[in-house]
Design a protein around this ligand. Structure first.
Ligand code: SAM
Length: 205
């Protein structure tokens, strides 16, 4: 898997070490154990997926996490991306809208002793009571820049979010708050399930 991540352009040694340290087999379903390190998304129930390892590594690298960063992960799913963020040294709050997925992820992350607090709720609105954040990752596609999340960044903070056309494919976008100004950059095409919530898609698509 690490070879594939390097081929895919991931260079940050901290991220590569975190990807090597987190056991992805603990986050996939029993039937998919043999495919745990194959570079593709896998089903986790409730019509959701654990993201492809390369995409997780690209997102986490783009977050530029440092030891002790206060980070928000929107769309916990299996908890894998939150685990990689914690393995990079961040204190992670992770928000999931589906209570059963949140409960499963909290159990898995707790068993691994990782510094992740899993909450159930609408991540399109962020976690204002825990803001500001040094880094925010969104693991589902937003129809537009989620303003509530952008407003929860600390000065110097980074928000990485897929933005675009739902199931049609999206653009991975990084927003950085620098000198009070939001600066956005495109990190390339990607494909995610939709972010569903008050400042996102509605549940009917
Ligand atoms: N990063 C996750 C992992 O490592 O397993 C996979 C994320 S999965 C592709 C997207 C997740 O976002 C799903 O679990 C879905 O339920 C969740 N989601 C969608 N809209 C959400 C919202 N508004 N708030 C929180 N979670 C949301």
């Amino acid at each position: 898997m690490l070879e594939r991540l390097r081929e895919g352009g991931v260079r940050d040694p901290r991220v590569l070490a975190a990807m090597a340290a987190v056991p992805r087999e603990a986050f996939v379903q029993p039937a998919d154990q043999l495919d745990a390190y194959v570079d593709r998304a896998l089903p986790i129930g409730h019509n959701q997926t654990i993201s492809q390892p390369l995409m997780v590594a690209i997102i986490v690298e783009a977050l530029e996490l440092r030891d002790g960063d206060h980070a928000l992960d929107v769309g916990t799913g299996s908890g894998y991306q939150a685990a990689v963020m914690a393995a990079c040294g961040a204190h992670v709050v992770s928000l999931e809208r589906i209570p059963e997925l949140a409960a499963g992820a909290a159990e898995r992350l707790g068993a691994l002793g990782l510094d992740v607090e899993v909450l159930t709720g609408d991540g399109s609105l962020g976690a204002p009571e825990r803001a500001p954040f040094d880094a925010i990752a969104v693991g589902a596609a937003a129809p537009r820049l989620p303003l509530a999340l952008a407003r929860q960044l600390r000065e110097g903070g980074r928000l990485v979010v897929p933005i675009g056309g739902g199931y049609q494919g999206e653009e991975l976008t990084r927003l950085r708050l620098t000198g009070g100004t939001w600066i956005t950059e495109s990190l390339g095409p990607c494909r995610f399930v939709p972010l569903i919530g008050a400042d996102a898609y509605d549940a009917t698509g």
